[in-house]
Design a protein. Structure first.
Lengths: 101, 899
């Protein structure tokens, strides 16, 4: 049970949140993209072993979306930050796709 | 302690209040408790606690728990149990006991109230922490309790410290990320008949701690040898405790087999309690230490480099003799004994630590896996951290070399009846990973989850691998694998996990303000999400089919009314509301005039339609969106996600108003006439109040909003009214409805009516892969503006021929309602060589239409829109039905009835 620091409400149990995959994937201009790039935006998200900036929503609390550094291997939780604000530094090495742990 | 009597397998026995049932059974001479699950071999008590693999009982008193080890059941007045052969039976009566849950946040949680745990608690208290101390035993002290020793006074004192909460009989069952612990406290079983009725029998604790100290102690482990499962063969610490502490007097002559000094300490306890200890057989070449000296001083003979090979049984199938081998000379000796006390070393309880992925590390010095590193404010103490105390110098030894015949009766997992022979077979079959071997042999999969057998398996694999490599040296367990466990640490009754959320409390029930009327009218309800919705309203003696036909006819020919309050409603306000809805819906909403309604469809970014409904523009910057009953929460979350994470510049505010506004649908050719009787300030004529318009009106002084929206194709009015006024408006309709033969209808009739018009229900007529085009709704897809999903609709795979498309289906036999979900095949489809026939689609909605006078259906059929008139097969079992593909609109294609 992750203990997640909602930027608005403080530390709350994971059951109050929904996961929103990789953070920082902006909605692109759909018409500027080739089919394959558009499909990539739709379906491909980073899923590395190690630290990853993710989106979460505190659906059972304030209802707000925010971003969070989390280690996908150790489940350590890093800093949370609001959308459209500067991303804090990763607490450790950023995870790589397909990396052996 | 007071003497009590209890029933076991229909006989009455005596025991001491509070002692383990296993002690009372042994003292009564019950060496054999049960037969093993698969091999039917007699088995008796082996251990002291939750690690017990044999002595399972089913309680027949109290809540009749179906399976518990006799070693952990505390004796109490009124207790009754029967023996089990490994497979429990659920009691026939429902469990009426009370269960509850509690949350706790603490600075420091200490798991285990042995000496190490108490010391850790003491340190935390000195640092000013608030401490929670939990332990699965009835009292503090850990192994001191088994030795019958008092806690030393400084440690005893902390139990009454104001910053410490101590909970006995509370087992930590799971350790999760960021120091989240689930623990199960048994609060009343030990009181037996005296338990207060209102006390929760089990409380499940959910604990979040800044810091956790794991001090769970260790289990003694057995050894692998032939016929190591006979009644009378016990772990030495258990045997010594039952004899010395609990007064078990049934053993006359004991043999102690050991790999460490624990065997010497237990031999001495047995000796001092009056058991003749024939000898201690120690596998080590040398034994040193105070424990060894003390045993020798008591006159107990010691044989080094000797261990047990096999045993024999007497007529009662209990232990008769022990066969030993001198490992230097290979000399075999046999000696009689009624107790074989085995000390195979200690296995610290690594279970909880491994729940969060910590890998225990092998320590040859301790002959054990340990967890002695601290991460994330998680620390270990006591035996788990390698603090074994005493003078132990254990050998890394799990059992002697055995031939094939001996291996067949050399048990590794007593509860699963899994032997060394089976382990060898697994390895012979090419399995190397301990995880694979576990699944192949079932070792470690019983109720005890390998508490004693896990380490034995790793040990046996070391010896097998060493033999395979031709060497004599035993490999290190670290080379073979490590122990890992999943929660829960001990079995937890489902009733405890459910707590009070049972029956009507298992899920919230949502009802509309008109619900009591439906109940009085005899409605049959269906669950739609958490909502209770009237399904149909049967009159005296009516079947469901009868009722639905009557309700359909009323809606099509007279006037009928439905409570549509469960419709999801989202109030959308702000200066950019129109722009926002243009992006959300596939069609335009910014151009919708105030006071008008429009049906809208929304897609996810992948172009797949996911919800629909009518939105009404209530003001310049104000819309009311309706969603499907089940989709309301998901749609609101979806809107918020876009507003918060992509378009923060839009000034738009979304609020769920599902339970603020109640909706009553008045449907049928006579609906206008009936409603006009009630509404005097608005002209309801089709000229003054066109279709898809919305007007504020007054009914008996109550303000309502009436909209010309139809989900049936009939002339219809939706009356939207404040939730608290809905019941009175509904009753008012009925007070005037008699002359019109006003009829209440439920969701089934609603479905028939909408399906007759080919109106889609998201999630019923779609399977999460349909675009608007697949639903024959290209008309709703704007070409002029951007909306979510538009780009995806241009992708080739969403445009390719052959995609399933929504069409109508007319069964060949008019009274045959096709089953929803039934597969559809081409008429000439033939099974391939595997006997499989490719389907071409499936039935999504299917009903009998009283208006049409025959059955009809909606279906998703590959390329269906281009196959109008084609006859297809609907194979149902042996029955081959046929149907014709047709347009999905069955009634009033010209939309003449709605005005």
């Amino acid at each position: 049970m992750l203990y997640i620091p909602c930027p608005h409400c403080g530390l709350r149990n994971e059951t109050e949140f929904h996961y929103g995959a990789e953070a920082g994937v902006a909605y692109p201009d759909p018409n500027a993209l080739a089919d394959s790039d558009w499909a990539k935006y739709l379906h491909i998200r980073a899923n590395p072993k190690g630290w990853l900036a993710e989106r979460w929503v505190h659906f059972a609390g304030c209802g707000r979306w925010f971003n969070l550094w989390r280690n996908t291997v150790t489940h350590e939780i890093g800093p949370a930050y609001l959308p459209f604000t500067e991303q804090p530094k990763s607490p450790g090495n950023i995870g790589q796709e397909g990396q052996k742990v | 302690m007071s003497e009590i009597s209890f029933i076991f397998d229909d006989n009455i026995y005596k025991g001491q209040q509070g002692e383990p049932m296993a002690a009372a059974l042994l003292r009564s001479g019950l060496l054999t408790i049960t037969n093993s699950t698969y091999h039917g071999r007699p088995r008796g008590v082996v251990g002291l606690g939750v690690e017990e693999p044999n002595a399972l009982v089913q309680l027949v008193s109290g809540t009749q728990e179906s399976m518990r080890p006799a070693t952990v059941i505390e004796m109490a007045e009124g207790l009754a149990a029967r023996s089990l052969t490994g497979i429990g039976a659920l009691p026939e009566l429902p469990d009426e006991a009370r269960y509850d849950k509690a949350n706790r946040y603490v600075d420091t949680l200490v798991i285990g109230a042995g000496v190490a745990g108490l010391k850790a608690a003491d340190e935390a208290l000195r640092a000013g922490h608030e401490v929670l101390l939990i332990d699965d035993q009835p009292g503090p002290g850990g192994h001191l309790r088994h030795l019958g020793m008092e806690l030393p006074s400084p440690l005893k004192d902390i139990l009454v410290h104001k910053n410490l909460t101590y909970i006995p009989r509370c087992t930590a069952t799971g350790l999760y990320d960021q120091n989240y612990i689930v623990a199960v406290e048994r609060r009343s079983d030990h009181l037996g008949d005296a338990a207060p009725l209102n006390r929760a029998r089990i409380r499940v604790w959910h604990i979040r701690a800044d810091r956790v100290v794991l001090a769970p102690g260790a289990f003694q482990r057995p050894l692998i040898f032939a016929n190591n499962d006979r009644p009378g063969i016990m772990l030495s610490h258990a045997a010594a405790t039952y004899v010395a502490l609990h007064g078990v007097r049934i053993f006359k002559r004991a043999v102690v087999v050991t790999v460490d000094n624990q065997g010497y300490r237990d031999a001495l306890r047995l000796h001092q309690a009056g058991v003749h200890v024939h000898a201690i057989y120690d596998v080590r070449p040398d034994a040193q230490g105070a424990s060894v000296d003390a045993a020798k001083a008591a006159g107990i003979p010691v044989r080094l480099r000797t261990t047990v090979l096999d045993t024999t049984a007497n007529a009662e199938a209990a232990l008769q003799s022990v066969i030993l081998r001198d490992l230097n000379t290979n000399e075999i000796v046999e000696t009689t004994a009624d107790l074989l006390a085995v000390s195979g070393g200690w296995t610290p309880i690594v279970d909880l630590a491994t729940h969060i992925g910590i890998k225990p590390t092998w320590s040859a010095k301790h002959a054990a896996f340990l967890v002695n590193h601290a991460i994330n404010q998680l620390q270990t103490a006591g035996m788990l951290a390698g603090d074994f105390g005493g003078d132990d110098d254990p050998a890394v030894f799990f059992g002697p070399a055995l031939d094939d015949e001996q291996a067949r009766n050399a048990y590794i997992d007593l509860q699963r009846d899994a032997t060394l022979h089976e382990l060898r077979r697994a390895v012979g079959a090419g399995l190397h990973s301990i995880e694979h071997i576990k699944r192949y042999t079932t070792i470690g999969t019983a109720h005890d989850q390998g508490k004693t057998s896990g380490m034995l398996t790793i040990g046996a694999l070391c010896q097998l691998n060493a033999t395979a490599q031709g060497g004599n040296s035993v490999l290190s367990p670290a080379d073979v694998g490590t122990l890992s466990f999943r929660p829960p640490y001990v079995p937890v009754p489902f009733a405890a996990l459910a707590g009070r959320e049972r029956g009507p409390l298992s899920d919230p029930i949502r009802i509309t303000p008109i619900h009591p009327w439906h109940v009085e009218a005899g409605a049959v309800f269906e669950d739609v999400g958490q909502w209770k919705r009237p399904w149909y309203f049967p009159k005296q003696g009516e079947s469901m089919d009868d009722a639905v036909r009557r309700e359909c006819v009323a809606a099509r020919e007279g006037v009928a009314v439905m409570d549509a309050s469960t419709l999801g409603k989202i109030d959308i306000q702000g200066q950019d509301a129109g722009v926002f809805l243009d992006r959300i819906y596939t069609n335009m909403f910014s151009t919708l005039p105030e006071g008008q309604c429009r049906y809208g469809l929304m897609c996810k970014a992948d172009g797949i339609a996911f919800d629909d409904g009518v939105a009404t523009r209530l003001g310049k910057n104000h819309y009311l969106m309706t969603t499907t009953t089940g989709g309301a929460a998901g749609v609101l979350a979806w809107l918020e996600e876009w507003l918060q994470t992509e378009w923060p510049e839009l000034k738009v505010y979304c609020t769920s108003v599902t339970e603020h506004i109640s909706t009553i649908a008045l449907v049928g050719p006579k609906s206008r006439q009936l409603l006009q009787e009630l509404v005097t300030n608005v002209d309801l004529s089709k000229e003054a109040f066109p279709f898809m318009h919305s007007r504020m009106a007054t009914i008996d002084g109550t303000t309502v909003r009436i909209a010309r929206i139809s989900f049936s194709g009939e002339l219809a009015f939706e009356i939207n009214v404040d939730w608290s006024d809905a019941r009175s408006i509904w009753e008012r309709l009925w007070s005037l409805g008699r002359p019109y033969d006003l009829t209440a209808y439920g969701t089934e009739t609603m479905h028939v009516l909408r399906a007759e018009k080919g109106y889609v229900i998201m999630g019923q007529d779609t399977d999460g892969t349909q675009t608007p085009h697949d639903l024959n709704m290209s008309w709703i897809v704007s070409k002029k503006k951007e909306f979510i999903g538009k780009r995806s609709l241009q992708l080739p795979y969403l445009q390719q021929a052959g995609r399933p498309q929504l069409v109508g289906l007319l069964p060949e036999q008019g009274d045959e309602v096709l089953p929803e979900g039934a597969y559809i095949t081409a008429l000439d489809a033939k099974p391939d060589e595997q006997g499989k026939t490719n389907h071409t689609g499936f039935v999504t909605s299917s009903y009998y239409s009283p208006t049409l006078g025959h059955a009809f259906a909606l279906a998703l059929i590959a390329n269906g829109l281009n196959r109008m008139g084609e006859v297809v097969a609907v194979p149902i079992g042996k029955k081959g039905l046929r149907a014709t593909i047709c347009d999905a609109v069955f009634i009033d294609k010209e939309n003449l009835r709605r005005d």
